[in-house]
Design a protein around this ligand. Structure first.
Ligand code: XIL
Length: 367
């Protein structure tokens, strides 16, 4: 991009920053009207957004993508337990507060991620007795949900309740919360969250249900059973989130996944962390981008045919900020090349995936 484009963009940002809060929200809304993905999705009855970290405050060009395309924002890591509470007795609210203020200022729907997850316990938590872990669980939910009451619109209250590989009864994921309460931690978390904020939407967010293999099917069954049990117990639950980290190296049957979604009457269904892992696709960028785009379109076409699906969130927006970069660097993907899983490339240009998503939204509107 040329120097002048950068300058004029900076000038625009300066002008926007000078406006009062109401004026800002208005200016951002006007900006989005011009073909943003969020506008296109809204016409199909879908709230579209992406996860974000505090990098959006340092990278003005990346921030502009959110302003133009997103009507919803999920905190990527900054509201997770280990980020809020890196050490015993210490709370680090700064980054989460900043993201919450940004969402408020720009009129984006904020999704808090993730209140209770068995995978991200810091060492200090693991060292506690079970009685202390139970106390921290209640305290955490009460403190965090109350702090953001009225600002967080949807909480991923429990993230990834199932992982059959851990060998626990019912296929539950192991970890400190499960150890402290058994599977009943899910119901307890929902009830405590509701007590701390009577209005926020409460979600269970799960991975791998999209897969058409033993793992995917086992987790689907777990989710169906859990939702039925929660209903019987009168537990508050508004939303089921399905992450949608698609891994085309594995088997998928999008129609079967859509049929599974149709089981959940009375709940909102959200696709919460959508991206396409391109590790098994050919290296040539044109081919790779085309295959990623096709995967986006096929998946979204199937799930958007389900009326209860009303939210689609990407996990970040531009390729170089995707979590797959960390996985590739750590040697955890089949390929170490730079991944291209998202709708924008690392120069912030729209990719075929962007157009595939837009097409899927437009087709839903037309249907
Ligand atoms: C990821 C973050 O984006 C990474 O920065 C972090 O290193 C690992 O976790 N499913 C989830 C998210 O629910 O919380 C994960 O986020 C991605 C998979």
């Amino acid at each position: 991009m040329g120097m002048s484009a950068n300058l004029s963009r900076r000038k625009t940002l300066g002008l926007l920053a000078a406006l009062p809060a109401g004026g800002l929200a208005h200016a951002y809304a006007a900006r989005r009207k011009d073909g943003g993905l969020g506008e296109i999705a809204a016409r199909a009855g879908v709230t579209y957004g992406a996860s974000a970290g505090t990098v959006i405050f340092d990278d003005a060009e990346y921030r502009l993508l959110y302003l133009k395309h997103c009507k919803a924002l999920t905190t990527d890591v900054d509201m997770k337990f280990d980020w809020l509470r890196p050490e015993a007795g210490k709370w680090d609210w700064g980054p989460a507060d900043r993201l919450a203020a940004f969402a408020e200022r720009t009129g984006m729907t904020l999704r808090g991620h993730a209140l209770i997850w068995n995978e991200n316990a810091p060492d200090w938590l693991k060292a506690l007795s079970l009685a202390e872990i139970r106390r921290v669980f209640d305290e955490h939910i009460e403190t965090v949900v109350a702090r953001y009451a009225g600002r967080v619109a949807v909480w991923d209250v429990v993230n990834e309740p199932f992982w059959p590989g851990h060998g626990k009864p019912g296929g539950y994921r192991a970890g400190p919360w499960h150890e402290a309460f058994g599977p009943g931690y899910v119901e307890r978390a929902l009830k405590r969250a509701r007590a701390a904020d009577p209005h926020v939407k409460l979600a269970i967010n799960e991975a791998h249900c999209e897969r058409d293999d033993d793992v995917g099917r086992a987790i689907r069954e777990g989710m169906s059973r859990l939702v039925a049990q929660l209903r019987d117990a009168g537990a508050p639950l508004d939303v089921l989130g399905f992450q949608g980290h698609l891994q085309p190296g594995r088997p998928y049957d999008d129609a079967a996944f859509a049929a599974f979604l149709r089981r959940f009457s009375g709940l909102e269904l959200h696709i919460t962390e959508l991206d396409v892992n391109d590790e098994t696709f050919p290296a040539a960028i044109r081919k790779r981008d085309a295959l990623v785009a096709r995967r986006y379109h096929d998946f979204l076409s199937a799930v958007l045919a389900v009326p209860a699906v009303n939210t689609v969130i990407n996990w970040q927006l531009a390729d170089h900020y995707s979590w797959y970069n960390d996985l590739a660097r750590a040697g955890q993907l089949r390929s170490r090349r730079a991944p291209r899983p998202l709708p924008f490339d690392s120069a912030y240009r729209r990719k075929p995936a962007w157009f595939a998503m837009a097409r899927a939204f437009r087709e839903r509107k037309a249907a």
